[in-house]
Design a protein around this ligand. Structure first.
Ligand code: ADP
Ligand code: MG
Length: 500
């Protein structure tokens, strides 16, 4: 038989089968399609698996990379940036201070009144606005003019009737949550953008100078007394309330962490002297990478399609900017294998809402699929599938973040490995109470994420050690902490406390 004849025969046979078995075929094909979709889910589950053994490998890798990043400039994907914060607020700061917090999604303006006693933040006012998308990829001047004008309106509104002249001098802490090479506690140069920002003419510029120029253009007299990362602000507030706070983690649009390091362990900066003997180090952990991280084809594709390929690998598995996108890619793949969903877009908060739907027939999932994603008539088993996908992606993210936290504790000897011997604590090596401050929209608003993270920390450390480790959620710490640091660095307040 020639090739054409053979093809015709196959086609004829196929057509005959098709005609004969349309009804049965539909059932079989839909069963087959469903099987393929389940295979996609299984493959995802396997690819995202994070048994405790693997998490411990990640913990070790984090600690090793921290050492390498402290040993030499460029020694690790963890940049381990100096912050020049060598003392944390004492609690004795007094007066009115301001903060600007430029996150990845939101911009916040804060006014904080300090009463001069520990934990006596008399009041704080916050205004939060989404950052207009066009400003994230526009020009430096436009972004900073927006910041200065929102600040000006805030000040006018907050202080109307107070008798303060608009042009009086104000002290401010600026939370700028992008990698900055600090040159002092109140100055630094932008190294690169993350979280979807791409303002080319800003990279390599002095951040505070850009802000200061915008204030001048807007007729405001503001002294930027501290330039801090959001993690550092969170650590400052955490430490203000609880002196056992040694590290801070942000899990919002992006993710990052900082902690208090001994100055003599910062080998790349020989001769660094601080009165406290320590300094806060901004890890920039979003860029952490290790072969132990469970990476799937969805992660590879997401990275390749992102504006910053091969960058921020840890962040792309963990934070709010990416989780919804991973889920969207999985669902798209399921749709290609069958036709269960149709095209879908997914943002992380929607994903969280679907994931947390605990009604027996998943009415919230149905509503979101119908009203927001415009996918109609989705049967219950498919809705359950969507929840499963959210669960796998979130569980992996939360558990990896937990491994990151334990990695820090390991680096600073607070993971109990030296402190508790064969289940009995000895008085001389007792595990010290250790607090880690955490904030960010993903951790705060996504209950399932928070539960998975907290649970994994206990799983990795073991119950006995974990009793001594407290994950403390702070609110607006990234901003309030910057105001506290502005206060402790202003000439009016010189008192500080030891942090080691
Ligand atoms: P920023 O990162 O701008 O400082 P946030 O810390 O408030 O701001 O984090 C905002 C991010 O947190 C959002 O972009 C989103 O990814 C995530 N997020 C906010 N609310 C939820 C929610 N309910 N469920 C899941 N993720 C959320
Ligand atoms: Mg933030």
């Amino acid at each position: 038989m020639g090739r054409a004849a053979a093809a015709a025969a196959v086609l004829a046979a196929a057509a005959a089968c098709a005609v004969a078995g349309v009804a049965v075929g539909r059932r079989v094909s839909s069963r087959r399609k469903w099987g393929r979709v389940i295979d996609v889910l299984k493959e995802l589950e396997e690819g995202c698996d994070t048994p405790v053994g693997r998490l411990k490998q990640v913990v070790d890798a984090v600690a090793v990379e921290m050492h390498a990043g402290l040993a030499s400039e460029g020694g690790s994907k963890l940049r381990m940036l100096l912050t020049f914060v060598d003392n944390l607020p004492s609690g004795r700061e007094k007066g009115t201070f301001y903060a600007l917090d430029l996150g990845g999604t939101y911009f916040r303006v804060l006014r904080v009144q300090l009463g001069g006693q520990r934990s006596s933040i008399l009041s704080h006012d916050v205004e939060r606005q989404p950052i207009p998308e066009h400003l994230m990829t526009g020009r430096t001047k436009d972004l900073f003019d927006f910041i200065a004008s929102v600040f000006k309106q805030f000040v006018e509104r907050e202080e109307s009737g107070s008798g303060y002249p608009l042009d009086r001098r104000r002290d401010l802490g600026f939370t700028f949550s992008f990698p900055v090479k600090q040159t002092s506690v109140s100055s630094g140069i932008l190294m690169k953008w993350t979280k979807g920002f791409a303002i080319e003419d800003m990279v390599g510029k002095e951040v505070v100078a850009c802000l200061q120029e915008a204030f001048t253009r807007n007729g405001l007299d503001v002294r930027v007394a501290a330039l801090v990362n959001d993690t550092v602000g969170t650590l400052a507030l955490g430490h203000y309330h609880d002196a056992d706070t040694v590290a801070a983690v942000i899990i919002g649009t992006g993710t990052n962490a900082c902690y208090v390091e001994r100055t003599d362990a910062i080998i790349k900066c020989q001769g660094l002297l601080t009165t406290s003997g320590g300094m806060v180090v901004n890890m920039e952990w979003g860029n952490f990478w290790s072969s132990h991280l469970p990476r799937t084809s969805y992660d590879v594709d997401l990275d390749a399609d992102s504006p910053n390929p091969n960058d921020q690998g840890f962040e792309k598995m963990i934070s709010g900017m990416y989780l919804g996108e991973i889920v969207r890619r999985v669902i798209l793949r399921m749709t290609l294998e069958s036709d269960i969903f149709g095209p879908v877009s997914s943002k992380t908060p929607l994903m969280a809402a679907m994931h947390e739907d605990d009604s027996p027939d998943l009415t919230e999932v149905e509503r979101i699929l119908r009203d927001i994603l415009e996918v109609r008539d989705v049967p219950l088993k498919v809705r359950k599938l969507a929840v499963n996908v959210c669960d796998v992606v979130t569980r992996r993210a939360a558990r990896l973040a937990a491994a990151g936290i334990v990695g820090i504790l390991k680096k600073i000897g607070r993971d109990g490995s030296g402190g508790i011997v064969s289940g009995r604590s000895r008085p001389d090596t007792r595990m010290r109470r250790t607090v880690v401050a955490i904030e960010g929209g993903l951790y705060t608003n996504y209950g399932m994420f928070r539960e998975y993270l907290n649970e994994a920390v206990v799983e990795i450390l073991g119950e006995e050690v974990a009793q001594h480790v407290i994950l403390r959620e702070t609110e607006d710490g990234s901003g309030i902490g910057a105001a506290l640091l502005a206060a402790s660095n202003s000439s009016r307040n010189v008192d500080t406390v030891q942090m080691l």
